[in-house]
Write a protein of this length. Sequence first.
Length: 216
Amino acid sequence: MGRKVNPIGFRLAVKNSPFGWKSQWFAKKSDYKKFIMEDQKIRNFLEKKLSMAGLVGVRIERLNNMIKLVIQVSRPGIVIGRGGRGLEDIKKELLKVISVSDSDNNLDIEVEEVKNSELSAKLLAEKIAGQIERRMPYRRVANWAIESVINAGALGVKVILSGRIAGAEISRVEKFSQGKVPLSSIRANIDYFERPALTKSGYVGVKVYINRGESE
């Protein structure tokens, strides 16, 4: 089961799970499609805008005509800027994307710092993909990633690469792991992310699983 189901979605119903719903709101049937597209536009914008800030996740909450964004980053200073100017610029640009107006402060942005960013599967997958795109030796990259996560306190980590790795003629799958990564246990606190790396030979898929322990 662990190989067929997204580990994050598999554990959404676990009480006190740190990986909750990325969007928290209810909507009428007529507004549901609009809100889904709007959420995706917000995330796409923040992914490009905050690429240097170590963006880990964005949680979107809606209540009546108000939208609250919780931006989780490893370097909050880059987002906030001097005197909060960076945050104000982001807010102005976001108001052009979303449907609410700022006449009554309907857009609220909160920046949340991720203290142990080494245990983020998203940041690790992006680092691995970036180094593969720069034609670094994939074995060295995967082993470095595993070592850094284990040193940060993870109980286990697994990295899976798939595609025409290192420009091979035939695509294959390479797996690297250390420690325990119990994908079928709901109590296991598993962080997961996947990202493609675009190389000259084509896309190489990167999947990262990190075991942070057990949920209470």
